[in-house]
Design a protein around this ligand. Structure first.
Ligand code: SF4
Ligand code: SF4
Length: 525
């Protein structure tokens, strides 16, 4: 145990050093956190901002602006569509120059509609969201709507719309609010630095959350490789008078402890069942960056237009943590850090365990972008090994935090036996990469799981589309049949009327003829 950790033990009962619970599996990759402790910088505005219409888990947004419009920083430029969605805001002032498909950070490499803004350099702010500093007297529903309309999505990398976690009902009472300051991916230090620089804002965000859900207990979870943040956060809790209700849990460093379900299990001993949300076990968890964004949205009236991110990797002479405007192209970030790509590079979006290799440096930063790593190809080649056959050692199952059998799952995904893969709980996989990390045969297991999940999602989409088409076709057939039946009925009624008229006419003529016959003899006589 470090000297600092020993010293911090003296901070009192609020600091818990020995967790009672743990999660199964996990690994200890090399940390390589080269940017730890370096003061953050503000990334200069790029020449062009590219804002994708989908930066969160859920439905894409619909543009509210057109080419030529002038927009302000924080102005809503795309509205959410569907329940699982949050709006998109301009991240600086300028002119909308294009609205068209553009490549984004996604393993498929496919494009998505984006709004392009040419900054005017003035960075003028839209002030339609007014500050609510007195949040403890505000209605939780009003605060939730504020969080939704400010475009907040989880900044830990998952980008789950934040307001959804705050929709409570009678069955779901939150006992504990957890702030996730774990940041267990190698290289990444953006949450670490944010805790050092914005502790007051982060803790205030947590207080807002506790007020909203009516919770009396909060836990801030930090791994023991970030003890400087423990000191700062504990002092902030004391200064704000929150040290009685919020405690810090210092956890032994282990990957993937930052996974939401794993962290809740370590802190509370509760397991979040497959397919359920943490609120269903009485816990609300948010990343520390999201908590700071909640403070900005509520106390300052600011929409989500920038985020802290780590820009690092062995191809960058000046790695750093940066406050970056959403929509900034990755190439611009790398340029700020003095990229040396003479020997060829690969760029990773996110951390090395869970991130994706980028195909295009014009890809913009989005709400989920916690890091960009520029790695020399020569370094990656040293680490690259040919995939060998599985030797059934079982190491992948031993480290899996979700209790899966990765080797069997991979076989089913590879052989496109997707129903079998689902039987083996493919969708419980959190894609942490721990199994790939330990596999002695260098099998890229996570790639197979992503392929399998993507295919299953595609099959479900196609099925849903076919079902929708079938319903539409049935509805159309029913409508045509109804119209035909109505026409037939009208024809029948018209025919009956015509026949009735003809009959009446014939009867009238017959009657007139009969009357004519009776009058004739009189005339003749
Ligand atoms: S770790 Fe690799 S070699 Fe071992 S069982 Fe899993 S997939 Fe097979
Ligand atoms: S199967 Fe999924 S959850 Fe389990 S170790 Fe591999 S990537 Fe992680």
């Amino acid at each position: 145990m470090s000297k600092l950790l020993e010293m911090l033990k003296g901070l009192g009962e609020q600091l818990h050093l020995k967790p009672q619970h743990s999660f199964t599996g996990g690994v200890h990759p090399q940390e390589l956190k080269k940017t730890a402790g370096l003061p953050s910088m503000t990334c200069p505005l790029p020449k062009q901002i590219i804002l994708p219409m989908k930066q969160h888990i859920g439905d894409a947004c619909e543009p509210l602006v057109k080419v030529g419009d002038h927009v302000l920083r924080g102005q809503q430029i795309a509205k959410s569509q569907g329940y699982l969605s949050v709006p998109v805001h301009a991240s600086t002032s300028g002119t909308v120059t294009k609205i068209e498909d553009h490549v984004i950070a996604h393993p498929s490499g496919l494009g998505l509609p984006c709004i392009f803004i040419e900054p005017d350099g003035k960075d003028e702010v839209d002030e339609s969201l007014y500050p609510l500093p007195n949040y403890r007297s505000a209605d939780p529903i009003e605060l939730r709507e504020r969080i939704r309309s400010a475009g907040l999505a989880g900044l830990g990398g998952a980008a789950f719309p934040t307001f959804i976690k705050l929709v409570l009902d009678q069955q779901n009472k939150i006992e504990t609010v957890v702030l996730n300051g774990i940041e267990c991916e190698p290289w990444l230090t953006n949450d670490h630095q944010l805790m050092l620089e914005k502790a007051h804002e982060i803790v205030t965000g947590m207080d807002i959350l506790m007020h909203m859900v009516g919770s009396q207990q909060g836990i801030i979870a930090i791994e023991d490789n970030k003890m400087d943040t423990v000191e700062v956060m504990q002092k902030t809790l004391v200064d704000m008078g929150l040290d009685a209700s919020v405690r810090i849990e210092v956890l032994p460093t282990k990957y993937p402890q930052g996974g939401e379900k794993q962290l809740i299990q370590v802190l509370t001993g509760k397991e979040v069942p497959a397919g359920r949300l943490p609120i269903q076990v009485g816990v609300l968890s948010q990343n520390v960056g999201t908590s700071k964004a909640i403070y900005d949205a509520v106390c300052l009236g600011e929409a989500l237009t920038e985020r802290m991110m780590t820009v690092s990797g062995d191809a960058l002479p000046n790695p750093t943590n940066m406050r970056v405007r959403l929509g900034t192209p990755v190439a611009w970030l790398l340029e700020q850090c003095g990229l040396d790509d003479t020997d060829g590079i690969k760029v990773i979006h996110g951390g090395p365990m869970m991130g994706d290799i980028l195909t295009d440096m014009r890809i913009p930063v989005v709400k989920a972008s916690n890091g960009i790593l520029a790695m020399r190809i020569s370094t990656l080649m040293q680490a690259h090994h040919q995939e060998d056959p599985c030797i059934r050692c079982g190491d992948c199952g031993d480290v899996c935090p979700a209790g899966l059998m990765p080797n069997l799952l991979a076989v089913h995904c590879k052989e496109e036996q997707f129903e079998r893969a689902e039987d083996y709980n493919l969708f419980d996989c959190i894609e942490c990469g721990a199994c790939s990390y330990v596999c002695p045969s260098h099998i890229p297991l996570v790639h197979y799981f992503r392929f399998g999940k993507g295919k299953v999602a595609q099959i479900r989409r196609e099925k849903a589309f076919a079902e929708e088409s079938r319903k539409r076709s049935e509805t159309r057939d029913a409508r045509i049949a109804q119209e035909l039946a109505e026409k037939e009925e009208k024809r029948r009624i018209a025919k009956e009327k015509k026949e009735a008229r003809a009959k009446a006419l014939a009867e009238k003529q017959a009657q007139e003829a009969a009357e004519g016959e009776t009058k004739k003899p009189e005339a003749e006589s």
